[in-house]
Design a protein around this ligand. Sequence first.
Ligand SMILES: *Cc1c(COP(=O)(O)O)cnc(C)c1O
Length: 355
Amino acid sequence: METTTLNIPIEKAKVSKIDQVDFDNLNFGSVFTDHMLVCDYRNGAWEVPRVIPYQAISLEPSAKIFHYGQSIFEGMKAYKDVDGKVWLFRPSDNFKRLNISAHRMAIPELPEEYFMGGLKTLVQLDSEWIPQKEGSSLYIRPFMFASGQGFHASPADEYKFVICLAPSGSYFSGKVRVLIEEQYSRAANGGVGYAKAGGNYAGQFYPTQLAIEKGYSQVIWTDDNTHEYIEEAGAMNIFARIGDTLITAPTSDRILDGVTRKSILEIAKDEGIKTEVRKMRVSEIVEAAQNGSLKELFGAGTAAVVSPISGFGYQGVDYELPELANSYAALLKKRITDIQFNRAEDKFGWRYSIS
Ligand SMILES: *Cc1c(COP(=O)(O)O)cnc(C)c1O
């Protein structure tokens, strides 16, 4: 561990809950480790974070998070290699994005040493909770919200930054079929789509429920203006393989700049795969599905890493994708997880040791 002047106080849990957890049958993000990190913003400054036993947070009913939704989060993972060493993946990108989100939501930005130092201290303390079973990992959820009170519709004067850890199994089970959205929008020009804001998710739930009722598991969002261009999946960025070219939409103020997305683009280039970052028309995807040149569609995000899509619905028609023996999705997922779990050389310098 790097030497740091930051001394994070630790209050240890009296008893560990680890023996109560069935590590062979983990869901995604539903059990939590023994500890959490808490950092308070008061009197115009972030105070030194502390590690405490995992516990409920008490808030006034007038806390602004409940009324005006000033709330952002991040999603990361910790990985344990065969020698028991612990790694993070590009954590400073999550830190930077947290502050980009904070800035947009008028939340005060967090000092880097509080994020990185807090993360290291917490993950080291609960490192026994990192599952080693293939497909499982320790999901890390940093989040920040307005704890200050008052009904006045303005930014709060107090905030909390918290990190919780959840040993997790895989995010999706089974095939992912998606609906390309034609009516609702996730994000608008000039809006908060590029921020990892809680409200972006709240706004997706209802249209997603409608899609689930129709037999799909996810919505693919299109641009709010014309609904003619594929944007992203709302928790994942989207890639299409047409012929042997891998295509993804450019990031914008409506599309989140995913760490997995940009890592996949770099790995694909390294593999000699032709990549295109450009707007993707829905009509182009439909045509490619009809003439057989659409070989793959997949989502990319920290939780599921790479999530192959087996088919999609659009304008009342269902399109199925063929099962592919040598898919880009499988190749790229293997390369990225091999780096994450320290099974392969990391020529990009993405792995970050916290042992
Ligand atoms: C978190 C998220 C992603 C994926 O980002 P990663 O950094 O790869 O985990 C994509 N889209 C949205 C809207 C997200 O919130």
